[in-house]
Structures are given as C-alpha cells and as structure tokens.
Design a protein around this ligand. Sequence first.
Ligand code: PEP
Ligand code: MG
Length: 616
Amino acid sequence: MAKSCAEQAIVLIAPGEQSLSWRRCGTIWSMRKGIGVSPGVAVGKAYCIQQIFVNPETRTLELGEVLGELSRYDQAREQTAADLHALYQKVRKQVGEQDAAIFQTHEQILRDPAFTAKIRNWIVDEHMSAAMALDRLLREYTEFFSHTEDEYLRERLADVRDVVIRLSGHLSEMLEPEGGMPRGDLILIADELLPSQVVTLGDRTVSGIVTQAGSGTSHAAILARSRGIPAVSGLRGVLRHVKNGDTVVVDGREGLVVVNPDPEQLSAYLKLQREFFDLKDALAENRDQPAVSADGQEVQLLANINSVADARAATAMGAVGVGLFRTEYLFLTHPDVPDEEEQLAAYREIIAESPNRQVTIRTLDLGGDKTIPYLGHAREANPFLGWRSIRLSFEHPEFFMKQIRAILRAAAKTNSEKSRVRMMFPMITTLEELRKVHTMVKRAKEQLTAEGKPYGNVQIGLMLEVPAAAVSIDQMLNLVHFVSIGSNDLVQYLMAADRDNPKVSHLCQPLSPPVLRVLLSVIEACNFARKPVTLCGEMAGAPRAIVLLFGMGLRSFSMSPAFIPIIKDLTSHLTVRRAERVLRKALSLKTTAQIQDFMAKQIAEIAPNLKMLDTA
Ligand code: PEP
Ligand code: MG
C-alpha cells in the first residue's frame, strides 16, 4: 500500500529531525520531512524560484555569443545603476540623507572597476554566462569574507550580495526556471518566499508552497495560511532535489514533501487532497452561523488581513470583522513611501470591504524579515531585537505621522454600531512608548482640526508581543482601550528563538509551558481590568491552542480567513467546563511534547472531523 511507504518514511525520520538526507522508496519518488506550516494536502507541478543562482547555468558560451553576453551584462549594469540612483534620490527626499546613503554604497560597488573587470574577464576569457560569472564572484567574496571576524567587512558582503541580486533581476531570464512556468496547479519551491513575492503571485493557482528556510510564523507561512495553501518550510536542500515541472506532494499536516510519487502514492495523496477540499467546503457552509460554544458562550472570530483581497476573503469566510490589518504590505508593494492621500484611499477601501466595516489597523511593522529598500534599512546583527516596528516608526516621525493621520481620516464617520475602526501599535515595550503614541495621536488630531479635515475617534490598542510588556501589563492597561496579543512575536521573544529559523523551531512553540503561563496571566489581567483582549497570532488558527485559550477566558480571536470556519466548528463543540479542565491538565504537564500529545488526543475527542486540519 502506498500509505505504508509514507508511514515507513515517517518512522525513518525522527520527529523534529531536519538533517536526514532524501529518502527513497523504490526508485521513483523521494520524501522528506520539514515543518508543516499550513495544513492540508496539495499535489501539483514544481515551480522553482531561484532567487539567486542556486543552479546557475553551467553551459559555456560559444565564441559568437561572447560579445552579446558582454553587452547584456553592461545593459543590466546600467539598468541597475539607474535603479540605485532613483532609489537614492527618492529615499533622500522622503527619509533623509543618512538612510539613502546605502544606495550610493551599492552604486559604488556596482561601478567598482575590480568587480566589473572580473565579470567581464570571465565572460571573455572563460566564456561564462553573466549569471555564472556573478555566481562565481559571489562565491569568491563569500569565501574571502568568511574568514573575517570584522563586522564591517561582513556587512560589505551583504551589500555585494544585494547588488548581485539586483543585477540578476535585470538579467531576468536567470530568475525564470528553465522551461518557464509549468501548466496547471503550481507548487512553489523557493529558498525563502519574500512577502512581496507572495503578494505579487497574481492569479496563478498556487496549490502548495515549499521553502528551504522559514518556519511556522515567518511571514511567508502566514501568507500561505491566509490563502489556505498547504505549505512546508525548513526543507534544506529542496532546490537541489526538485526540478521545474516535477510532480510534488505537499502534506502540510505532517510537514512532508514527496517528489515524483509513484502511481499508488499519487492516488493516495490525490484522495487526501479531495478530502481536504471537501472538508473545507463543508465547513464553509457555517459562514452565516454565529460563533457560539456548545454551552452558549459567544465567541468573536476576526480575520487577519494584508490586502483588499483578504478583506473579501474574510467576509466570504464569515469573519465578523478584521482583528489585524497589516499595513506593511501596502508599503512593501509600493515603490516608495505611500503619501497620506494614497494611504487614506487604501484604508477606506479596506474598511469598505471588511466584514461589518470593523477593522483594527496596525501601524507599520517593518524590520525583522520585512524590509523595504526605500527606508534604507541598515543591516543589523540582530534585526528582530533591533530597529524594527514601532521603534523604526518613531525614528521616522514624518511618515509615521502621515500614517496616523491617514488612519484617523479613514475612520471619519465610521465609529457607529455599523462600523468601527481601531488603531493598534506593534511591539510596544515600555510605558514611555505608549505615552509617546498618545502624544502623536493627539498632535495628529490637532493638525487635522486646524486643517478642517474630518477624522474619527479611534480606539487605541497595544499589541502585546514583548515579554517586558507582558510583565507590566497591569501598568499599561489604563493607557489603552484594548489589547491584542501578537503571539508569534511573543513566543519568539519569550523563548529567545527566532521565529524564522527552522533550527530553533522546536523552541519557538506556543504550546510550551512558559508560553501558556504568560498567556494566562495576560488574559486574566485584561479580563480583570475589563479591557477587551484578542489574540491575533497564528496560534488563533490552531484548534489545539483555541481549546486552551478558551479555557483561559479568551473569547476573541483573529486569524487567517481560511481558519474561520474551522475554528467556528471547533468552538461549537466546546464548553467552558471542558476547556477549563483541559487547560488545568495542560498546565500541569512539564514539556511541550507532553502538551502537544495531550492536545492532539483532546482534539480527536472534541472534534474528530477536524483532525486533518490540526497541526502541532
Ligand atoms: C504576531 O507577532 O503575533 C503578529 C500577529 O504580528 P506579525 O506576525 O505580523 O509580526
Ligand atoms: Mg508581530
């Protein structure tokens, strides 16, 4: 039986073990275990995105092709120089000279005679394609810089890499896999999907995603989940083993990827994929029903969105509002800082398309894995601990103010029973930051009043993502109208484990004893102070976590739209008594593995139909 092959591989690969080589079952398919980051099963054709020359063409040029390749390279260099120059001008105008300087450095690297001479020599003397030459150059630099401890020199390597990526973009066919995009349903295979790439996938039917890097809460994973696309991350080496057009199975429940399955295997997985679709269809039928627990407790199910398309999906899936609008995607897909009027139009559209016109807009949360070139992000040793999110916004008061003003204006005439706009601030760490936020909002309102521009009285909320804020939550509560727990970041900071690094994903676990304790204390503090509290991290879409959070007294959850029907179905099976009992038991367990095992069994008992959509 095909299934026994899968089971055999699961046995061979110990849970959590990432480093085993590709397993063969028979001769025609291979299977590997990564981290399941978006549940469900997908089958499709591989489309390998080579962000940089992972598999550079190795064919040497014919003599007659050399001149053409040189001019192709020169053209790409000129286009890159023009890009860099334009970016420099724009950033200097919008943000300042200091931040723009990075683009001048990149232009200098691009124009560096030694850099250019090497590439041109390899094209002329060794008949290398420009792509091969750039790949070789990058490898030489990497080798050279790997021996240095000097932070400054290491940063220069990152700059060279940036320039090479930009150049490669202009030698664009290098980024297109051989043979172009396969027909039919695509399984995207990439080292790491950048948020901006996922946003621009367009209307292609992407049925599955596999990445070498990343983990459950990386932004690419969140985007996959928001579209209900099964995804597996942390699969090192996958780009070397999969060719464009290969048939690939993505099993997001188990974190398994099967390449070129045999016919039995394929038919077993196609059956699972159909079951996955059927289950989703069946659950979607509950969209007009209220979310209520089996003992009559009302539950608020909100959606996390990044775009207008997501807002429509939220409505289609039966969310009652938007609990988190991530505004950074507006910035990530814009060539420069969107001005106040552009932002105003975008926020108005989001409000109009959101369920019940209820939207919680989060101010810009850049940094970490979300950088935009026009802010001239300096490279940092620890980007997640550095200049990100609200910290970055405070340092750019001119554009932060524009955003606050645009949100206030978009909220004009909204705060009624029918429509409500709230504004929340990410990564708040100290009381002083909250005070500063209030000062800025007050100033923005005064400006708007003076200019005669209408605005709404939005509620102000804090995103609880930093352990320091969790510890002092009682002191912060009287400065906010509501709290939204950003568990993705809270977990990474509490466990000191990068949410994007598969090597530490065993630590970055929401269902771990310390995380549960902190969540309980925050939820209890908010409920005690009668401050509305929501959880908007990825765990809000995980059935196991919902049972525990419901037991802690949480009644508002914000998640990827695709999870709304699932969680609505789950809550209809829950009672407060049972959830509290399960929570008590879970809190008495000492390890994450014990909690996971226990919760898997609980889900199987409480809602056996959801087993396929329950991930660890
Ligand atoms: C979070 O940190 O839980 C969150 C919702 O914010 P983001 O994932 O965008 O960092
Ligand atoms: Mg966050």
